[in-house]
Design a protein around this ligand. Structure first.
Ligand SMILES: N=[N+]=NCCCCNC(=O)[C@@H]1[C@H]2[C@H](O)[C@@H](O)[C@H](O)[C@@H](CO)[C@@H]12
Length: 453
C-alpha cells in the first residue's frame, strides 16, 4: 500500500516522477494517404459534411509525420522525460487485420529511436480512436471480431517495438469511443444506436484484456495499463435524491469501467439501472478483462455536479452548471475534483500505480506577438491541478506521473482546429510551432521537480 509522502515539501514532486506531454496520431500526424496508410473511421467521419467544425479534417493536422524530429526538439525544450503518443492502427494494418504495412511500422520505429536518443521515454497508446474503416465496414466495435483484431494489431506492434517501448496503454477512453461514437454519434463512426453502447463497451474492455498478455509476452518487463476518462461526480444539492443521482452518474461514467477492470465484474446497481441494455456475454470474458495491470491511466479535465431528474431515463440525472471559471470547451475549472478523484481511486480500487495520462485546458489563444503567446489562464489551470496532484501524493496516492495535454495545438475531434490545448501554439497556415508561456512555465516545473511561480 502506498505510503503518505509527508517528506515532500508543498509543491515538490518525487525525484523519480514521470513528467511528460501527450498527443494522439490522428490529431497531429497528417499524411493520411502516405506510405500505405489505410483509411480510419476518423478519415471517413471528418470528410462527411457537417460532422466537424468548419469541415476540418486530420488530413494535414500538424504534419507531425514529416516534422517528428523537430517535434522531439520541442519536447527537449520542455525538459520532459516521457512522451505519450498513439500509434495509428491503419498505418500498421491498413485493412485492420491480416496484411502488415512495413512503412507504417518503420515510422514508429524511427520515432521511438529518436525519443530514446533524446532521453525521452516513449509511452505508447495502441488505440486512440482511429479504427481502420475496413473493420467498421465489418460491424466495428459492436462486432466481437474487432476485439480479436485489436489483439492481433497489438501483437504486430509489440513484436516490433516491445524491445524498446516498455510503457503500454491499450485503449484511450473507452467511454468516449462507445458513448460519443455509437450512442450520440458526435464522434466517429457517428452511429446513433443506444442499444449498441454497452456491447461496444464490453468489446472494448475485452479487446483490452486480450491484448494485455500479448503485450507482456512480446515486451518483457514492460508496464501495461489502460487510460480512462474519469469524471468525479458531486451532488449539486444535499438531498438524498441528488446523492443517489451522483452515485448513478459515477456508475455510468466511472464504475462501469473500473469494476470489471479491478474488481472482477460490472457494478450490480448499474446492471439494475441499465436493465435489458446489458449484453449477454461469457462469464469467462470477465477473467480476460480483469487481467492485472501495472498502472491506471487517468484523463482528468473537469468534474460533474448533478441533480436528480424525473426525466433522462434510465439514469435520471441532470448536470448542473455551477459558478466558476470555465475553459473554452465549456468545462469547469475545478482542481479539487482531481484530488478527490485520485484519493477515491486509491481508496476504492487501490491500483498498483496511477498516472495522469492527460490534463490540460483549451483557451482561445491569440497568435504569437514577437515570438510570445501569453496564456495566463492555462498556466493557472496547470498550476492548480498540479498542486492538487501533489497534495494527493503527499496523502499517499501512488501517483507516478503526469502528462500535459497537449504538446501542441492539434485537431480537436469534432471541434476541428477551433480549440487550442497546446503548450506550443500551431499556426495552421505555416505549421510553425511557438512555445506559449504555459510551455515555458511547465519546462521550469519539470526541470525543478516542483511548482514554480
Ligand atoms: N459529451 N461529452 N463529453 C465530454 C467528454 C470529455 C472527454 N473528452 C476527453 O477527455 C478528451 C480526451 C482525448 O483523449 C483527447 O484526444 C482530446 O483531445 C482531449 C481534449 O478534448 C480529451
Amino acid at each position: 500500500m502506498s505510503q503518505p509522502r509527508t517528506d515532500l515539501a508543498p509543491g515538490r514532486f518525487p525525484a523519480d516522477f514521470t513528467w511528460g506531454t501527450a498527443t494522439a496520431a490522428y490529431q497531429i500526424e497528417g499524411a493520411v494517404r502516405e506510405d500505405g496508410r489505410g483509411v480510419s473511421i476518423w478519415d471517413r467521419f471528418s470528410h462527411t459534411p457537417g460532422k466537424t467544425h468548419n469541415g476540418d479534417t486530420g488530413d494535414v493536422a500538424c504534419d507531425h509525420y514529416h516534422r517528428w524530429q523537430g517535434d522531439i526538439e520541442l519536447m527537449r525544450r520542455l525538459h520532459v522525460n516521457a512522451y505519450r503518443f498513439s500509434i495509428a492502427w491503419p498505418r500498421i494494418l491498413p485493412e485492420g487485420w491480416g496484411r502488415v504495412n512495413p512503412p507504417g511500422l518503420d515510422f514508429y520505429d524511427r520515432l521511438v529511436d529518436g525519443l530514446l536518443a533524446a532521453g525521452i521515454t516513449p509511452w505508447v497508446t495502441l488505440y486512440h480512436w482511429d479504427l481502420p474503416q475496413a473493420l467498421e465496414d465489418r460491424g466495428g466495435w459492436p462486432n466481437p471480431d474487432t476485439s480479436k483484431a485489436f489483439a492481433e494489431y497489438a501483437d504486430v506492434v509489440t513484436r516490433r517495438l516491445g524491445d524498446r517501448v516498455k510503457h503500454w496503454i491499450t485503449l484511450n477512453e473507452p467511454w468516449v469511443v462507445a458513448f460519443l461514437g455509437y450512442f450520440t454519434g458526435e464522434h466517429a463512426p457517428g452511429r446513433k444506436e443506444p442499444e449498441s453502447y454497452l456491447p461496444v463497451v464490453h468489446n472494448l474492455l475485452l479487446a483490452h484484456g486480450l491484448a494485455v498478455p500479448v503485450i507482456r509476452e512480446n515486451s518483457r518487463d514492460s508496464q501495461v495499463g489502460i487510460t480512462l476518462n474519469l469524471t468525479h461526480a458531486y451532488p449539486a444539492g444535499d438531498s438524498a435524491e441528488d446523492e443517489a443521482a451522483a452515485k448513478r452518474l459515477d456508475g455510468f461514467m466511472n464504475r462501469w469501467f473500473l469494476d470489471p477492470l479491478f474488481t472482477g465484474g460490472y457494478p450490480r446497481d448499474m446492471i439494475d439501472v441499465f436493465g435489458s441494455w446489458v449484453p449477454s456475454f461469457d462469464e469467462s470474458d470477465l477473467g480476460v478483462i480483469g487481467a492485472p495491470l501495472d498502472f491506471l491511466g487517468v484523463n482528468y479535465y473537469s468534474p460533474s455536479f448533478v441533480q436528480h431528474s424525473e426525466g433522462n431515463p434510465p439514469l435520471h440525472v441532470e448536470q448542473v452548471r455551477v459558478d466558476g471559471e470555465y475553459t473554452d470547451m465549456g468545462w469547469l475549472v475545478y482542481p479539487q475534483g482531481l484530488y478527490d478523484l485520485l484519493t477515491r481511486l486509491h481508496r476504492d480500487y487501490s491500483p498498483a500505480a496511477i498516472v495522469i495520462t492527460e490534463n490540460g485546458a483549451a483557451y482561445p489563444d491569440e497568435p504569437p506577438v514577437e515570438g510570445r503567446v501569453h496564456d495566463p489562464k492555462r498556466v493557472e489551470y496547470y498550476a492548480s491541478h498540479l498542486d492538487a496532484a501533489q497534495r494527493a501524493i503527499r496523502d499517499g496516492v501512488p501517483l507516478r506521473g503526469y502528462f500535459a495535454w497537449s504538446l501542441m495545438d492539434n485537431f480537436e475531434w469534432a471541434f476541428g482546429y477551433s480549440k487550442r490545448f497546446g503548450l506550443y501554439y500551431v499556426d495552421y497556415e505555416t505549421l510553425e510551432r511557438t512555445i506559449k508561456d504555459s510551455g515555458l512555465w511547465y519546462s521550469r516545473v519539470v526541470a525543478e521537480g516542483q511548482l514554480v511561480p
